[in-house]
Structures are given as C-alpha cells and as structure tokens.
Design a protein around this ligand. Structure first.
Ligand code: S3P
Length: 425
C-alpha cells in the first residue's frame, strides 16, 4: 500500500493514549502460557508480531480468548504440548528468539519458521548459548528454519558480547527448564521486561548489576496490565519536537529505565519534554509525557545508551536532521541485524528526501538543521520502524512524500495514522 503524506500546515495539538507495549505483550503471552491456570492480560497489543506469538502458543496447546477488544484470557495446563506443524513466527525476531529458549527444554520436537526478513536474521547468538546448555538445534547456517529437538538442559554461566534482551530472555527462559543455576551477563543492560515479569509471576530470579541468575521455577498465573509502548510513542515525541507550534500529551507510557534512552537524548538536545504522573503498574514504571516544538542542538549517542533506544534510532535520525550541528550515533552495529539493515536503509531513504546523513560501520553522522525536500518515493524494506520514521519526516518535507508498502506499520502499530490524525487540526 502506497501512502502519500503532505507537510503539516499547523502544529500537532492534543492528548493521545498510545497502544500497548509490543515487547511486554510477547512476554505476557509466553509466561502466561507456562503458568498453570488462568491468566488475564489487559491492554494486549493488536500488532501482528504479538499476534504471531499468541497463535504460536495456541498451537502448543494453550487456550486463549478475548474477554473484550483488548483483554485476553489465557488458560494453560502449565505445560506445553507437541505442535502438529511448523510454528510460524511471521516477521517477529522476539518470537523466534524467545520461543527457542522455551522449546529447547521441552519433551517434544518443534520447528520454527519466519517470513523473508526474519529468515535472513542471525540466530547464532541464541543457538550457541542454548547448545552450551545441552540444546539440540539444527539451522541453515544459523538462520531459520530452526529444528529444535527437546533436550535435557543444564544451567550455564554465560557472558554475552552483545547487549541483547532477546538473547538474554532466550537464555533465562531456557533456564526455567534447566538443572542448576543459569546466569547471563551482558556488557550494558538491555530491556529487562522478562526479568520483571518472571519475578512478578513467582520465578526464582535475581538481578545483580549486569548479571541475571535464574533457577528452574513454576510460574503462577497473574493479571498483567500492559502499558503504552515507548517505542511507538517515540514517533509522536519526534513529530511534536520538529513540527512548529506543536504541544501534545502522551498518556500511559511505559517508562522502564531500560527503555527511556530517547528521553535522555531529547533532554541532551535541549528539547521541551516533561514527565507527568509517574506510577508503577504490574512491576513496570508508567507515566504521561508532555512534549512541544523545540529548537534542538546536536548530541552524541553511544555506549550504554544504545540498548536503551535501539528501536528508536531510525526516528532519532529524523530528529537529528532538525538539530543544529553534527549528531553522531556510534556503537549501534547491531542495527544492521534488525527487520532491515537499519543503518543502510535509514541513510539511503533520508538522503533521498534531502537529509545530510553519512553511514558509518556502527551508526550515522547527521548534519542539521536541514530543510527536508520530499517530493519523491521512499521504500520501507519490510520494516515497520522505517515506515513510521519516514511518515514523521514527511510531516516537515516541502513537497509530499510517497511511502511505498506503508502497511508494514501493522507489525507493531496498526492505529498509527489514525492516532496521528486525532492531533491534526
Ligand atoms: C526486543 C529487543 C530488541 C529490540 C526488539 C525487541 C525484545 O532486540 O530491537 O525490537 O522484545 O526483547 P535486541 O535485544 O536483540 O537488541
């Protein structure tokens, strides 16, 4: 589907509640499926990725039904049953990597498959540590399909070179079924939703600095309330900062410190942003965000900040085109392994619309402030975050932008455009 977006004539104004967190939605289905009894998931995401996870667990014998549009009831025996056919993870790396950890220690065999983009993404990062635990996994040169034979697992003390929540979560979930203690250490702390939810559901898990340890545990069913996704909110934050005369409030946003790198960047760029009404829901920090149009300065984004804003980097690149000076993004080489090679795809598409952006091996250099021109077609590379970032850029382009295959937004945020329209006068 092609989308033609024109420059906004007025600022964005108003208040909007952003849909459910994708990362937490995946974990809510996975952990509820492992807990014996009835769990309730409130504000479950309707993105295609979390729905891939839900369908997959139904194939593993879990019963799921919607109580209302956004509330999901999961009933589980507390153990999974052998699937009748291959399990389809769609476009979702989180599904494939986390579920591999769960399936490695079951008493049955299974196969995980994915779409064209997911089948190109690296799985060595999970296969290697899982094998050290005793897992039996066959792949094609460390890519999907993954054939997993149920095996007896033992705990490991694994020091990861990557700061990756998907790898960490995979190993911790395998640790739920392993003998002994499973320990995972990462260079910088990545999102910790798995740890928070495992603890909330009664697992024997401890975090000490950058190391998490878990022992075999039975999970208890719970009621889980999912907050709004800061990664989806990021598009609204950037739009309000770069479209003159904007002032908006974003309600019920997840503010887990392992995810709020974008707020630190906006502050470093001297953007007008404020957190209102902070509280804790189902173990996660939540609050409202007020943000308005700002004169921005460039900054350097690197090191421990990267895992805290990894999914926001494409839209942060758009933001940097409107900040005075050179913004440098470093240490983000893993961006090349996302739904697209996000270093190449962001640079190629932003250059087309008039940005001054340079590709580096591990990030970008962006010189602002530049008037974006638009008036051309841009591509989305099977990548929802690229589609939404280009939409935000188009709001300030001189001429309309034609975004090809815009429907990839449905992967995480089907209501994206509808919610933007509520803020346009
Ligand atoms: C995710 C972790 C991140 C992120 C992805 C979702 C998760 O990946 O990019 O969109 O839910 O655990 P990595 O942990 O591999 O960086």
């Amino acid at each position: 589907m092609q989308k033609i977006v024109e420059k906004l004539q007025n600022g964005l104004k108003g208040c909007v509640e952003i849909p459910s967190d994708k990362s937490i939605s995946h974990r809510a289905v996975m952990l509820s499926s492992l807990a014996k009894g009835k769990s309730l998931i409130r504000n479950f995401s309707n993105g295609e990725d979390p729905i891939s996870t839900l369908k997959l667990f139904e194939q593993l014998g879990v019963k799921a039904k919607y109580i209302d549009e956004k509330t999901l009831e999961i009933v589980s025996e507390g153990k999974l049953s052998a699937p009748l056919k291959a399990l389809d993870c769609g476009n979702s790396g989180t599904t494939m990597r986390l579920v591999s950890g769960i399936l490695a220690g079951q008493k049955f065999n299974s196969t995980l498959i994915g779409d064209e983009s997911l089948s190109k993404r690296p799985m060595k990062r999970i296969i290697e540590p899982l094998k050290l635990m005793g897992a039996d996994i066959k792949s094609t040169d460390f890519h999907a399909p993954l054939e997993i034979k149920g095996a007896h697992l033992n705990g490991i003390d694994y020091v990861s070179k990557l700061s990756s929540a998907q790898v960490k979560s995979c190993i911790l979930l395998a640790g739920l079924f392993a003998d002994g203690i499973t320990k995972f250490t990462e260079p910088f702390i990545s999102r910790n939703h798995t740890e928070i939810m495992l603890k909330y559901m009664g697992a024997d898990i401890i975090t000490e600095g950058k190391t998490v340890s878990i022992k075999k545990s039975a999970l208890l069913p719970q009621e889980i309330n999912i907050c709004g996704d800061i990664s989806s909110v990021a598009y609204f934050i950037v739009a309000a900062l770069i479209v003159p005369n904007s002032e908006i409030i974003l309600k019920n946003v997840g503010l887990n410190p392992t995810r709020t790198g974008i707020l630190d960047v906006v502050k470093a760029m001297e953007g007008n942003i404020e957190i209102l009404d902070k509280k804790n829901i189902s173990g996660e920090d939540v609050g409202d965000i007020k943000v308005s149009y700002s004169e921005l300065k460039s900054c350097i984004i690197q090191g421990e900040l990267i895992p805290r804003l990894i999914d926001e980097l494409p839209v942060i690149a758009v933001l940097a085109t409107q900040a005075q000076g050179v913004t440098t993004i470093k240490d983000a080489e893993d961006l090349r392994n996302k739904e697209s090679d996000r270093i190449k795809s962001v640079v190629t598409e932003l250059k087309k619309i008039g940005a001054e952006i340079e590709e580096t091996p591990d990030g970008f250099k962006i010189t602002g402030k530049k008037q974006l021109k638009g008036g051309c077609e841009v591509e989305t590379y099977h990548d929802h975050r690229l589609a939404m970032s280009l939409y935000v850029a188009s709001l300030i382009c001189e001429r309309p932008l034609i975004i090809n295959d815009f429907n990839w937004v449905n992967i995480s945020f089907p209501e994206f455009e509808k919610l933007f329209n509520t803020l346009i006068n």
